[in-house]
Design a protein around this ligand. Structure first.
Ligand SMILES: O=C(O)CCC(=O)C(=O)O
Ligand SMILES: [Fe+2]
Length: 255
């Protein structure tokens, strides 16, 4: 991590690293996504450590997982990815005992967007990721979200949008700058990303961002991106047992 990168991150609230992963690694992760999705569909996994699994239908009407959580606890390929020593450099962006939140918040999240008739995930309205701390009655602690992108994304067709600098807006701005998830319109200050599969982005959890629905449909609109939080402070792991004692009893998914 260079000094210029540190300064850009302080100022803008995000960084974009090209080609973090090579095409082989990307292919292995896509395969793992398919494997874990097939397993969760088959086992009818509805909640993982208290976080609901989001389902939709693919172009052929078959059920598919569109949002996974705690993925690294359920497939060895994801666990291996997070052992990459380069994540240590990213931890330097947060003070104190910064760590990857593999067992905290939603763990390793995978979003699988598809613009198709049966899809349940095509876009995401404006939000910050840090707001959930408030709902949990916690102080908003430092939190970064590291994105690992597994599909090319021409920004003219959709994808991630961020408003630089909004991580420095204070609590009022974090609460009221926009209407959470309801507001979806483009903002004149937003920036889009020219993403190649294998790129990595990192953004401050207080930064306002959204995902623009793809202008394409079907296979050409497919967008898979993984997010792992970087956090510090008291360790607050989630567990299957403590969060969902009655509702859901599912198979042990860890291989
Ligand atoms: O799909 C993306 O790139 C962003 C997703 C996101 O903001 C989220 O899951 O909180
Ligand atoms: Fe987000």
């Amino acid at each position: 991590m260079t000094r210029a990168q540190h300064e850009a991150f302080q100022r803008d609230g995000f960084l974009h690293f090209k080609r973090f992963l090579d095409p082989h690694a990307v292919a292995a992760l896509r395969t793992a996504i398919d494997e874990l999705g097939a397993q969760w569909v088959r086992d009818e996994v509805k909640v993982v450590n208290g976080t609901p699994v989001k389902y939709g239908q693919d172009e052929t009407g078959r059920p598919m997982v569109q949002r996974y959580s705690f993925a690294s606890l359920h497939h060895p390929v994801f666990a291996e990815l997070l052992r990459d020593p380069r994540f240590k450099a990213l931890l330097q962006l947060v003070d104190g005992d910064a760590r990857l939140g593999t067992h905290e918040k939603d763990g390793l999240v995978i979003n699988h967007y598809l613009n198709a008739a049966g899809s349940n995930f095509t876009q995401m309205g404006w939000h910050t990721d840090a707001i959930r701390d408030l709902f949990l009655g916690r102080r908003v602690g430092p939190m970064l979200n590291v994105g690992i992108h597994l599909d090319d994304q021409d920004p003219r067709n959709g994808g991630l949008r961020l408003i630089p600098g909004t991580h420095r807006q204070g609590l009022g701005g974090m609460l009221f700058h926009k209407r959470y998830y309801v507001d979806k319109a483009a903002d004149p200050r937003e920036v889009a990303f020219d993403i190649q599969a294998g790129d990595l982005t990192v953004h401050d959890g207080r930064l306002w961002h959204r995902v623009q629905r793809s202008a394409l449909v079907g296979e050409a609109s497919r967008r898979r991106v993984m997010y792992i939080p970087i956090i510090n402070g008291p360790y607050a792991p989630k567990s299957e047992k403590s969060r969902t004692p009655f509702y859901h009893r599912f198979q042990h998914l860890v291989k």
